[in-house]
Design a protein around this ligand. Structure first.
Ligand SMILES: *Cc1c(COP(=O)(O)O)cnc(C)c1O
Length: 383
């Protein structure tokens, strides 16, 4: 009785997405056009009045453009949690600035604002919090930090759609920019894609220019307005970071399903919480009362000193995919060698890294698949 392998993550795409993409192709607009515009408008409406949303072809591109738009450059330092994907830090290097890695709160894996305060220098210009797994960093604590230290805020919200804390949805706030990812395994997907949102028109205007070659008006506007379609001005050496219409068409369907897909993930997380209560695993933090957790990831921890890798192997032998989020940046050769970084400088991240395992939690999981994970984990981890 061999069961087919259960992957760690799969996109949740159905006939509606296939139809929307097909329609977009049939329309003849296969680069950035009306679907991109509609996706941006719908996303902005979800974030609230006064928010502008700008599509990009990845969150990495969006983070790069956001930092560029707030003027990050050589000699600047940007605070980045060590507990993240390398994209968060690499974009700082694109601009010739230095990411300064910061340890995390061991309860949430989110940036430790106390450690961040200790890392501030006269060169510190910005902080890039990551809402790890979809659990938001406190927006009020973030604002206090920015005001106290006089730094800008670019939120890496790659895991955080939809998510909210203290009554504020991630993406609705006063940060300079918040960046979402629509990579294949993220909470909504366009295959590859991302969105930058902000209330600061200076930031979003600059990003609109820089995402398409530094051209002062994007292709869609040119085709709509009275200005001759051949006319444009290059005002900076920009990038090629625009999203396509077929991708945006997929994104619009996914966006409309974002809450329903999140609720399915939350139900899976609740089932895991209940089923694993009597195991030796430490279960994920839910945040304070009133938190809307996106449940992009469900991360359990084996006891300190236990064989985490053995647990991953045993799950794999049962045909269940797992992962590890994240290998802290200070453990990767490039970041470690560049900053001469050691584990002692990041005691929390270094210790927790040895213990973490991410279990499958994607919205298209069937109840039977969820129970398969439950059975395997309880068999392996119960006393
Ligand atoms: C996935 C991810 C990114 C990068 O997103 P892309 O859309 O693939 O560029 C950035 N930060 C974090 C925390 C991520 O998980």
């Amino acid at each position: 009785m061999t069961e087919s392998p259960l992957p760690f993550a799969l996109p949740d795409l159905g006939e509606a997405e296939i139809e929307a993409v097909t329609d977009a192709i049939r329309s003849g607009w296969v680069s950035s056009g009306p679907q991109v515009k509609a996706f941006e408008d719908e996303f902005a409406a979800l974030c609230g009045d006064g928010v502008t949303a700008v599509t990009v072809n990845s969150a990495t591109a969006g983070l790069h453009l956001a930092l560029e738009a707030i003027g990050i450059g050589p000699g600047d330092e940007v605070l980045v949690p060590t507990w993240t994907f390398t994209a968060t830090a690499e974009v700082v290097r694109y601009l010739g600035a230095e990411p300064v890695l910061v340890d995390v709160d061991p309860r949430t894996f989110n940036i430790d604002l106390g450690a961040a305060a200790a890392a501030v220098t006269p060169r510190t210009r910005a902080i890039m919090p990551v809402h790890f797994a979809g659990l938001p960093v406190s927006p009020s604590a973030l604002r206090d930090f920015a005001v106290t230290h006089g730094v800008r805020v670019v939120e890496d919200a790659a895991h955080a759609l939809p998510a909210a804390a203290e009554g504020e949805m991630v993406g609705s706030g006063a940060s300079d920019a918040t960046v979402f990812s629509f990579y294949a395994t993220k909470t909504i997907t366009t295959g590859e894609g991302g969105m930058v949102v902000s209330r600061n028109a200076e930031v979003t205007d600059r990003i609109k220019v820089m995402r398409l070659h530094g051209i002062s008006r994007d292709a869609f506007d040119r085709y709509r307005s009275s200005v001759p379609s051949w006319q444009y001005e290059v005002i900076a050496p920009g990038y090629k970071y625009n999203l396509t219409d077929p991708a945006a068409a997929m994104g619009r369907v996914q966006l409309a399903r974002a809450r329903e897909m999140r609720d399915r993930r939350a139900a899976i997380a609740a089932r895991y919480d209940e089923a694993f209560a009597d195991t030796d695993l430490q279960l994920p933090d839910h945040g304070p009362e009133g938190t809307l957790h996106a449940w992009h990831l469900y991360v359990v921890r084996v006891p300190q000193g236990d064989d985490r890798d053995g647990f991953i192997r045993a799950m794999s032998e049962r045909g269940i995919g797992t992962s590890v989020h994240f290998i802290p940046l200070h453990k990767h050769p490039y970041w470690r060698d560049r900053g001469a970084l050691t584990d002692d400088q990041f005691p929390q991240a270094s210790a927790e890294f040895e213990r973490v395992v991410s279990l499958p939690v994607f919205s298209s999981m069937t109840d039977a698949q969820v129970e398969r994970v439950v059975e395997a984990v309880t068999a392996l981890r119960s006393a």
